[in-house]
Design a protein around this ligand. Structure first.
Ligand SMILES: [Zn+2]
Length: 597
């Protein structure tokens, strides 16, 4: 770690400058804070960029040299954020909170949250963590899945699970998709302890609590909020689950099970239930489209609403398509969007193929990109160039993804013909299954509770897989096709468990938020039904969104939401959206065994 401190000093000379700042007897506390934050913002932005550049290279071209470089910049970034001079000055200034303006207090709090990721009051611990994080990313990014002794990519796994009707093949493919677990588990055990270690170093009880702090909530409050979401959605979920298991049993010519076998579902974690509603399958409509058309159409969505086009560098620096066959380069296949310099350098990592899933994903990812650009303005200091809360960033992406799946929008973009007769129930059912309700039971249920147990309750590693499948069973009503004992670590096959720990509840919050914002836009701005509306080229919708996005992290997220919609966060809008479905499902399921108890 000595290395990385001098690395940071060389870059910025910031360590020395900061300690002298804290000696200054400023004319006022606000002046002192302003001078301190000018330095802190500049240093933060500079190291953020250096680190993001190296991380970007490491995920778009996976090789040991790039891992080593990203480890070095990760250490420098952590050394700056966790600098004891910064921690002490931020803490000291916050004891004079009453003399500081609200924006300043938010910046100081954010500095402490950033510091908590790698407090240099314990440099050995931070160094070990960065090394372990880098190692985990490398194992994850370069893992080779094998089916019958032959390499198979995750895209190929997903394609097979989407198309195959041969249950023996589906089982083999599903099991292959779980091969990475045992490779990832040993270092994940180490990471759990290191992550919890850095959290306690900053006086948080555990890493889960630290991550939740950016919402201004405790770990228990967060878990309870998700339990409340699920309580309200459970009657609808039970109906969807019943309808699905009967449907799949018929498809595979099997007796109707209590829980749904995991390999019957297209998604590797049963988090989205796609391909069940034929009438809503529009993949054929993308057959003759190109990846380029998909991403340009997604960008047109935003410019049509009145957003500035993404900077030209987005198109030259992004990595948007699968690696061509025969090219030895390896890249991470998980879609993401990056604000590389916290200024105008916005990039996206995708592997776009011409199908509906990538069409929605492209719209989602550009939501992050336009969010970045919207809050990149002088009024928002670099430290607060982030979403109102972490779920907001995802929520905006998800909102646009939902908007991009609306039939009238698809017609406006020529994906569906103007005379297309939508089966409204089919589309609503597909929305619920493929993008909303089962996802809530995976995200708020399985993921949130498992990570809470692992981080906040220190669940012993020899119980990890059993606990995972207990939650998959209890929350999702899904069971594995064969025994999954502790030689496996099926949770670790999920990217976020490795590289974005204690964060997944944010996707559930995003899902709740998207329906709330969508409900407002459809009813109050477009005056169209939320289940069939079209945002395209509506400048009023653009202004509504711009007003939320441009705030970044400068205001409390509860206030931002209330000011925009007049409501607190709740599943009210989501329940309303799917209300027409509940009665239809109950009629379909009449006389059937509902639930799996
Ligand atoms: Zn996203």
């Amino acid at each position: 770690m000595h290395h990385s401190i001098s690395f940071a000093q060389k870059f910025l000379g910031i360590t020395i400058a900061l300690s002298s700042a804290s000696f200054a007897l400023a004319s006022s506390i606000q002046d002192r804070a302003d001078r301190f934050l000018a330095l802190a913002n500049a240093g933060y932005q500079a190291l953020y960029r250096v680190n993001a550049e190296a991380q970007w290279l490491a995920v778009t071209d996976v090789k040991p040299a790039h891992d080593a470089a990203s480890e070095a910049t990760g250490k420098a970034y952590a050394a700056f954020n966790g600098n004891p001079a910064i921690i002490n000055e931020a803490r000291d200034l916050l004891t004079h909170r009453a003399e500081l303006n609200e924006l300043t207090v938010r910046e100081l709090n954010q500095l402490l949250l950033n510091a908590a990721e790698g407090p240099m009051t314990n440099p050995d611990l931070v160094g070990q963590r960065v090394a372990a994080e880098t190692k985990q990313a490398s194992i994850l990014n370069s893992f080779e899945f094998k089916l019958n002794g032959k390499s198979i990519t995750t895209n190929e796994i997903d394609n097979k699970l989407e198309k195959s009707v041969d249950l023996a093949e589906r089982k083999a493919v599903w099991e292959a998709s779980k091969q990475s677990g045992p490779a990832l588990k040993p270092n994940l055990i180490k990471l759990r302890d290191l992550r919890n270690g850095v959290a306690t170093e900053m006086k948080y009880p555990n890493y889960f609590a630290l991550e939740v702090a950016s919402y201004g909530m405790t770990a228990d409050e967060m878990v309870k909020m998700h339990d409340d979401f699920l309580k309200q959605l459970r009657p609808l979920y039970l109906q969807l689950h019943t309808w699905t298991k009967y449907r799949l049993a018929e498809k595979y010519h099997q007796p109707v099970p209590k829980k749904i076998p995991a390999h019957w579902i297209n998604n590797r974690w049963s988090q989205e239930w796609t391909g069940l509603v034929e009438a809503a399958n529009i993949d054929d409509r993308f057959k003759d489209r190109t990846g380029d058309w998909i991403i340009k159409t997604a960008e047109q969505f935003y410019t049509g609403l009145g957003f500035k086009p993404l900077p030209a560098s987005f198109w030259t620096k992004s990595d948007l398509y699968p690696v061509p066959a025969g090219d030895p380069r390896k890249k991470n296949t998980h879609a993401s969007c990056w604000h590389v310099d916290l200024q105008d350098d916005v990039r996206s990592l995708q592997s776009i193929e011409p199908n509906s899933q990538w069409f929605f994903t492209a719209h989602h990812e550009l939501g992050h990109g336009h969010y970045f650009i919207a809050y990149t303005r002088p009024e928002v200091p670099p430290l607060l160039r982030l979403g109102a809360n972490p779920g907001f960033h995802e929520g905006i992406g998800e909102l646009i993804s939902l908007a991009s799946s609306q039939v009238p929008y698809l017609q406006a973009r020529g994906v569906l013909p103007p005379d297309f007769k939508a089966d409204a129930t089919a589309f609503l059912l597909d929305d619920a299954l493929a993008r909303s309700i089962p996802f809530m039971f995976f995200a708020s249920g399985t993921m949130t509770h498992w990570e809470y147990d692992v981080y906040a309750k220190n669940l012993p590693p020899d119980q990890w897989n059993a606990r995972w499948w207990k939650y998959v069973g209890d929350f999702q009503g899904v069971e594995p096709p064969s025994t999954r004992d502790e030689q496996f670590c099926d949770a670790a096959t999920k990217t976020h468990i490795n590289d974005t720990p204690c964060y997944y509840y944010s996707y559930a919050i995003a899902t709740v938020l998207k329906f709330q914002l969508h409900d407002y836009i459809a009813r109050e701005i477009l005056h169209q039904p939320p289940q069939a509306c079209n945002y395209a080229d509506n400048k009023e919708v653009g202004a509504f969104l711009q007003n939320i996005l441009e705030k970044g992290g400068t205001e409390d997220w509860r206030k931002v939401l209330k000011d925009a919609t007049g409501e607190d966060l709740s599943t009210r809008a989501m329940s309303d959206y799917f209300k027409p479905l509940q009665a239809w499902l109950e009629a379909q399921n009449k006389g059937r065994q509902v639930g799996w108890e």
